[in-house]
Ligand binder design. Structure first.
Ligand code: NAD
Length: 436
């Protein structure tokens, strides 16, 4: 099939590349000229495991192209995907300015039987509004479908190629058939193709992200409770997880969720609820608990050092909002960095992939290390924010030698308290008794 992907960010680039890899002819469009130029040279603007080789292979095979020219990409396409960003507006609603500008740019070039597929996460009713807008702009009926994306950054290619399900919201058999054909190669292992109304499809994406966020805020609140009642959240987690009604997934305590999706989608769903006079008590609590949890290491560090905190050297391992990505949007590590700088600390940071993004934001206010051990040189404490695999089994003797004081604040529970006692560290983690 001939496909135009409008928006070549995380979702657009991964989706476009994977669709090219299953034999489609895909043109990825973006308004960011520098990004397109780099992609044309085979330089991938984001870190996503496995993406680079897949882009290069499909571009060389002529199935994947990059352009800033919307007109030519759209004119020859049967399916036009909209994958532009839908960030949070100030009131928490989804800001649709990129989406409306994309709709206007594609309208004059749509082929008569083309289907516009909305992949961006958009508030309920947006699909119908695009349908109406395209009718007004073109003077004819244009088919518009919803196809929310469930991939996770860090495992995006695998998630796209082996989805748990594909959800589409359609208003015509034509759109349903095209999308079923497109996703056929990915659903060979009996994974469902779920067809519903555009409104239900739009809601499905928000409800999925809201429930995942709820699980995280719930376990974080329980972890905080465990700490105060002298329990161990890890034991409790195992104790509940074996109940098949509960399970283990997404119940790991930490420093709160971040990224470009969960925070904004929870807020946008709450905003939608309020617009139809439903007070979204759960969603507001999920957001509030998460915002507080982003300060959990701040509380521990400030309690430990007290008035002696200013001037201390604090090392941070992990800046990305989760492992295997370079994405720092709404990352909990940034909240900690801001606080430590405000307190007059010297902050040394390390992340396997996100350093460049952090550098763009903080410049010379931080010290950057490409090796985790180098970040510990002379540190009064280490704070861990992201559970990268390479942090799980460090050489504790070397860590102690490099640090000024053997103190760890572990926001991801990477180590066992007993193990840390043996290695003679002061060790504070989430929802477990501290080693002092
Ligand atoms: P992103 O910010 O990484 O990428 C968006 C891209 O769209 C940018 O490169 C931008 O330059 C481009 N763009 C903006 N306006 C344009 C226009 N008029 N024409 C062409 N290009 C334009 O965003 P993302 O993370 O890929 O997210 C895209 C959508 O997918 C959002 O609605 C998001 O909520 C949703 N989503 C994201 C993820 C994720 O993990 N990132 C997962 C599922 C769904």
């Amino acid at each position: 099939m001939k496909i135009a992907m409008i928006g070549t960010g995380y979702v657009g680039l991964v989706t476009g590349t994977c669709l090219a890899d299953s034999g489609n002819e895909v043109t990825c469009v973006d308004i960011d000229q520098a990004k397109i130029e780099r992609l044309e040279q085979g330089v991938i603007p984001i870190f996503e495991p496995g993406l680079s080789e897949l882009v290069v292979r499909n571009a060389q095979a002529g199935r994947l192209r990059f352009t800033t020219r919307t007109a030519s990409a759209v004119a020859s396409a049967q399916l036009i995907f909209l994958a532009v960003g839908t960030p949070s507006a100030e009131d928490g609603s989804a800001d649709l300015k990129y989406l409306w500008s994309a709709v206007e740019s594609i309208a004059p070039h749509l082929a008569p039987d083309a289907v516009v597929v909305v992949k961006s996460t958009v508030p309920v009713g947006t699909n119908a509004a695009i349908f109406a807008k395209l009718a007004a702009l073109t003077g004819r009926v244009c088919d518009v479908a919803s196809n929310p994306e469930f991939l996770k950054e860090g495992a995006a290619i695998n998630d796209f190629q082996y989805p748990d399900r594909v959800v589409v919201g359609v208003r015509s058999e034509h759109a349903e058939t095209l999308l079923q054909e497109l996703y056929g190669p990915y659903l060979r292992t009996d994974k469902p193709f779920l067809s519903m109304t555009p409104e239900s499809a739009e809601l499905t994406k928000y409800v999925a992200n809201a429930l995942l966020s709820t699980k995280i805020s719930f376990i974080n609140e329980m972890a905080n409770l465990c700490e105060r009642l002298k329990g161990d959240i890890n034991d409790v987690r195992r104790g509940i997880g074996h109940d098949r009604r509960i399970g283990f997934q997404f119940l790991f305590p930490g420093v709160g969720y971040g990224g470009s999706c969960f925070p904004k989608d929870v807020r946008a769903l709450a905003n939608m609820a309020r617009k139809v006079n439903l007070e979204p008590r759960m969603l507001l609590a999920v957001d509030e608990v998460n915002n507080a949890q982003k300060s959990v290491l701040i509380e521990k560090i400030s309690t430990y050092f007290g008035e002696a905190l200013p001037g201390r050297t604090i090392a941070i391992w992990g800046l990305a909002f989760k492992p295997r990505t370079d994405d720092i949007r709404e990352a909990p590590a940034l909240v900690l960095i801001d606080y430590l700088l405000e307190q007059g600390c010297r902050v040394i940071v390390h992340d396997p992939e996100a350093i460049e993004n952090v550098k763009q934001q903080y410049g010379s206010r931080l010290i950057y290390c490409t090796q985790p051990m180098d970040a510990l040189e002379g540190a009064d404490a280490l704070a861990i924010n992201t559970e990268w695999g390479e942090f799980r089994n460090p050489n504790f003797d070397e860590m102690r030698r490099r640090m000024k004081q053997p103190v760890i604040f572990d926001g991801r529970n990477l180590y066992e308290p007993e193990q840390m006692r043996q290695h003679q560290f002061v060790y504070h983690s989430i929802g477990r008794i501290a080693v002092e």
